[in-house]
Design a protein. Structure first.
Length: 422
């Protein structure tokens, strides 16, 4: 009966989680930040924390985090629209809205000059806040009392925005407890942090292009920006691409909150929804659990999952190790979430028009997204429990448990060892 109850408990939790993970157009439009997708600033909504079973206390955290908010990666989304709008402005071919967009694009371009891909001030704040909440939520993990050394291993890819995210995170932890022993590394030797998913970009581009061809018309957008649509037709070879570039610039603006600039007003809610779907479909097809690149993407996360398991085993046998903190990119954590079967992150949807109902980039990997495995022990037995947090929210995995959202590590370890070998 106990085993049946555990299975029933898991089934109810999983079903509820899947319902919560579903996205509708109404849900998407309820928050303009969702339009950012992968560019959505880190969301923190004071999630509920389920108390651990009696006698269990946290002692170790295994973490993987994406870098915090940043500037866009390429100048293309600023410079191409800026040049097109600038030329049109000179010949009087812009509407009032077009002129306003041109001024805002110029400000964004000037601000981003020589900063493309860099961590923004908001990104630093996000990482420090995540570190502080981790410290406050699990004080036992970061305690240096009774002779405990409180060793923290912090590692990053060699990309500056990831290194600076690691620095901000560990700096805040050190401020909260100067007795911590924190090591920081950013080296090619950590292969699990630099494992290329090996994606097929040509196939992805074709899928996204076909989706936009079916669902998006730039006609209204162009007419709202250009007073002379004949001029626009002659000078913009690919109007859909032009709209996409402006959209990419617009959705990144919340990451540069000090500018107090928005550009999404140039798109209708329907246009915003469609253009976001295209970006969502692109990332899902590239490194998500799709049938296109899903197998390669998930396989690329095997080394990372293996490191998580091995480091946890070491920490369980070494009371001085408090945490392993890893910092990288969306293209690494998205496959990891799928491989680990985190709720809603490993769903296959073959219909490009329905992908958004099954998988959302702003839920999978907003700026600063993180996966935390919190380990608990009990002095009265050898049992180790683990709770998984995705963006600091309790989540579920398809492993039977009698204490959801807590799982017995021996069961989780067995489940993930099989995943590593697949």
């Amino acid at each position: 009966m106990k085993r049946f109850t555990a299975h029933l408990c898991f089934a109810v939790v999983l079903f509820t989680a899947l319902l919560q993970a579903q996205t509708t157009k109404e849900k998407f439009l309820s928050n303009r930040l969702y339009a950012g997708g992968l560019y959505c600033p880190y969301p923190y909504n004071h999630p509920v924390s389920t108390p651990a079973p009696n006698g269990y206390v946290p002692f170790y955290i295994s973490h993987y985090g994406r870098h915090g908010s940043r500037w866009v990666l390429s100048s293309t989304c600023h410079e191409v629209p800026k040049n097109i709008l600038g030329d049109a402005e000179k010949v009087g071919a812009l509407t009032v809205l077009g002129k306003s967009l041109y001024e805002r694009i110029k400000i964004a371009a000037d601000d981003a000059a020589d900063r493309y891909g860099d961590l923004s001030p908001l990104g630093t704040k996000e990482q420090k806040a995540i570190a502080e909440r981790m410290f406050r939520s699990f004080p036992d993990v970061f305690s240096a009392k009774n002779g405990r050394r409180c060793i923290i291993h912090s590692r990053s890819t060699q990309v500056p925005r990831c290194i600076l995210s690691m620095a901000a995170n560990s700096e805040r932890l050190k401020e909260l407890n100067p007795e911590m022993d924190i090591s920081r590394d950013a080296t090619k030797r950590d292969k699990y942090l630099n494992n290329d998913p090996g994606i097929n970009n040509d196939t992805v581009k074709a899928i996204v292009a076909a989706f936009l061809e079916r669902h998006f018309s730039p006609r209204r957008f162009i007419a709202s920006i250009f007073s002379d649509t004949v001029y626009a037709k002659e000078h913009i070879k690919d109007q859909t691409n032009f709209a996409n570039l402006v959209f990419s610039a617009a959705v990144n603006m919340p990451n540069l909150d000090y500018l107090n600039i928005s550009m999404l007003d140039v798109f209708t809610p329907d246009e915003t929804f469609i253009l976001w779907q295209a970006l969502n479909l692109q990332m899902y097809s590239q490194v998500g659990p799709s049938a296109v690149n899903g197998k390669s993407a998930l396989r690329s996360a095997s080394l990372l999952l293996k490191d998580i398991v091995q480091c946890a085993d070491f920490a369980i046998n070494n009371q001085n190790v408090s945490a392993d903190l890893r910092f990288g990119h969306d293209s690494y954590i998205i496959p990891l979430l799928a491989l680990m079967d985190i709720q809603g992150m490993n769903v296959q949807e073959p219909d490009p028009d329905k992908v958004y109902t099954a998988w959302c980039n702003y839920e999978a990997s907003p700026m600063g997204t993180n996966l935390q495995l919190i380990f608990y022990k009990n002095d009265k037995n050898d049992d180790i429990l683990v709770k998984l947090l995705h963006c600091e929210k309790e989540t579920v995995i398809p492993v039977t448990t009698d204490a959801a959202p807590y799982y017995h590590w021996k069961d989780v370890r067995t489940y993930y060892e099989k995943k590593i070998l697949e």
